[in-house]
Design a protein. Sequence first.
Length: 389
Amino acid sequence: MKKKVLAVTGIRSEYDILFPIIEYLRKSKEFEVKLVVSSAHLSDFHGNTINKIRLDGFVIADKIDCLLSTDRKTQRPKGVGLLIYALTQTVEREKPDFLFVVGDREESIATTIVGNYMNILTVHLGGGDPVWGNADDPIRMSASKLAHLHFTTTMEYAKNLSNLSEDDFRIHFSGTPGLTNIKNTPPLSVEQLSEYLDFDISDGQYIVFIKHPLSSEVLEASRQMKIALEALEIFCEKYDFKVVASYPNTDPGAYEILKVIKQFESKKFIKFNKTLPRLQFVNLMRNTKALAGNSSMGILEGSFYKLPVVNIGNRQQGRLNAGNVVFVSYDKKLIVGALKKAVFDSSYRKLVQELDCPYGNGDAPEKIFNILSQIDPKSNKWLIKSKLC
């Protein structure tokens, strides 16, 4: 009989990390995989990315609406409450052997709480990874203490979990599965990307920009976004560059960022996208001269792409930097200077090309499969924690 995995996902970026794992498990003869789809996946504004999950052919066990349309700080705790309530019913009905969840968002804490109370072996990917100044950081650590099995994206983060008094037999270094997506995505030319985007980047002279709010600086979200976009405009006008940009995530502060985007989206130097398919997005990253903003992609996958990254502000501080990420404050002159170095400094770009990626080599799905296939999910070895502090 196949072991049943119920994976929980709430946003496109997280699903892209989850996808190569559940795809590998689904193709095996040992696992049955179903998904619980929630939050931004069900939002018209965020592109109804549940449709991508359907196209990928996964069985959707349940859809859970838990994304509140507000920029207030009540959004996320209320959403977690809704998700716990509904997911409990789903788990009771589906009776999975494993719950699987990624990262540090609402889905991670809700899933690990439900798994802990219902004695379902809960697998957490991405524990031990610190994120400075963000409400997600203690959520990630709390999810790690509640989860029964850990797959970490670096060896350093595995050590962090051990320092949290997690049993060593529960902790495994897998690397980030996002690298698997990069390896498996076929190439597109910049001409094909230009046609898809309806935005001419055929000369390859462009930067990708992804910026999200930071929970500890939410009142500054609008001002910070305006400074970043003004700096990009200065750089593009001076050096004849363009910018391909993504909308922010759903965290508080996102609505203020969107107001600033409205002021810039008619400008010729920049093209904003609510969401992009994996094929187009991966190839944008392969061909861009640099990544700017504050996305975790710069940290996790940037060194694998051999890509210079300009991280603006404090988001991503404290995470393991392979050496391809330069942090700058919200100062237009500093941002423009960092972009100039990232794009035009040949010695720096050569250094980035030679960096090793500490986040794995793209074989995370196989590593995770090999561990899960050996586990008896009903064993008290997994369900009862002897080391709690």
